[in-house]
Design a protein around this ligand. Structure first.
Ligand code: DP6
Length: 343
């Protein structure tokens, strides 16, 4: 806070990759099923928000210092969704300076980290205006109203979102950390993101979620996802890596199967996606090293692995997989918490 006419906050927020997928919504940006993700500490957005009492309602967004008029409608839509939670917002203008530490054209979604960082800034300013201490849960709720998956980026190494009987304190409104469930086997895991396609996607996640409304398999998918949450809880607690691989890979393929039988149907996997998936499975079989693939709503493949194998995989599996990537590129991140208040 600077003075009562101007407030500033700056936060870093990481991206995340879901193990059980959020795919389908109900009500106001609430999930049709519970989901659980690992936080990608090294792939993050940094955002500085300035709220000033001059020109209320004015919004300016800058990416790496350059004005992005095309981002503003999405931000306005987000602000409209949260105006009942932040009634003071309408009396201020907003200037948002943001940057990602991963390349814009990497095909890595910046909505989770981007809306997460903005939500953290808004939650901090809200706390100073109302003389409260900043609240992680509130920041996660704001982030969810921007982009569902963003609410899972705010809290911990592993976060779950969506009310579920097996997860104490779970809520459809915000995500909670489930770090306490992680068996030591999962300490120090990493994610190598194989960049198969770096342009923008033909069908956005938001459009994809909407297709679940009339989807013939939606109901069974939501039930299966919630069952997978119970299974995943057990697997994470037991440190059962084989069961982890089976479950996480099945979730990724179910997500894409849902896309393929939506109406209209669509496909985001590319031939290279399948090539990488097959190579990951064959390598795991032959080497006994637990490399596990998952997918988000795109062609890129996330390869999860225990960090102690990083050098070996960097000399064996990854160069082979990179042959199927655009420009031979992939990006590695540690799995861990990554939210940081910036000064
Ligand atoms: C496939 O959070 O991007 O990555 O709420 O409309 O912004 P909106 O959708 P978004 O959906 C992400 C879907 C997913 C799976 C997941 O992260 O759980």
């Amino acid at each position: 806070m600077i003075n009562k006419n101007k407030y500033e906050a700056a936060w870093r927020c990481p991206s995340n990759i879901a193990l059980v997928k959020y795919w389908g919504k109900k009500g106001k940006q609430l999930p049709a099923n519970a989901s659980l993700s690992f936080t990608l500490a090294d792939l993050y957005t940094e955002t500085k928000l300035t709220c000033a009492s001059e020109e209320p309602g004015n919004i300016q967004v800058f990416l790496d210092g350059a004005r992005q008029i095309s981002f503003e409608p999405k931000i306005r839509e987000f602000l409209a969704r949260i105006d009942d939670l932040l009634p003071w917002l309408k009396d201020y203008s907003l200037t948002i300076h943001t940057s990602n530490n991963f390349p814009h054209s990497s095909g890595i979604a910046s909505s989770a980290s981007g809306l997460g960082a903005l939500a953290l800034c808004l939650a901090e300013i809200h706390a100073s205006l109302s003389n409260q201490s900043p609240d992680v849960q509130f920041a996660s709720e704001l982030a969810r109203l921007g982009s569902g998956s963003a609410c899972r980026s705010i809290n911990g190494t592993a976060a779950m979102w969506g009310e579920h009987p097996d997860f104490h304190g779970s809520s459809d409104r915000y995500a909670i950390s489930v770090d306490h469930l992680l068996h030591p086997e999962f300490q120090g895991w990493m994610d190598a993101v194989m960049l198969v396609e770096t342009g923008s996607k033909s069908v956005s996640s938001t459009q994809g979620h909407a297709l679940l409304q009339e989807h013939p398999y939606a109901k069974s998918r939501f039930q299966e996802a919630n069952r997978n949450m119970s299974r995943l809880k057990h697997v994470l607690q037991q440190g059962d890596i084989q069961a982890f691989a089976d479950l996480v890979e099945s979730e990724a393929l179910q997500l894409h199967a849902m896309m393929m039988c939506s109406s209209p149907s669509y496909m985001l996997m590319q031939p290279e996606t399948l090539r990488i998936i097959k190579e990951v499975r064959a390598f795991r079989e032959q080497s006994g090293i637990p490399v596990v693939f998952t997918l988000d709503a795109g062609a890129n493949v996330h390869v999860l692995f225990p960090g102690q194998h990083r050098i070996h995989l960097g000399e064996t599996l990854f160069p082979m997989l990179a042959e199927a990537c655009e420009g031979g590129k992939y990006i590695c991140s540690t799995i861990g918490p990554g939210v940081k208040r910036l000064t």
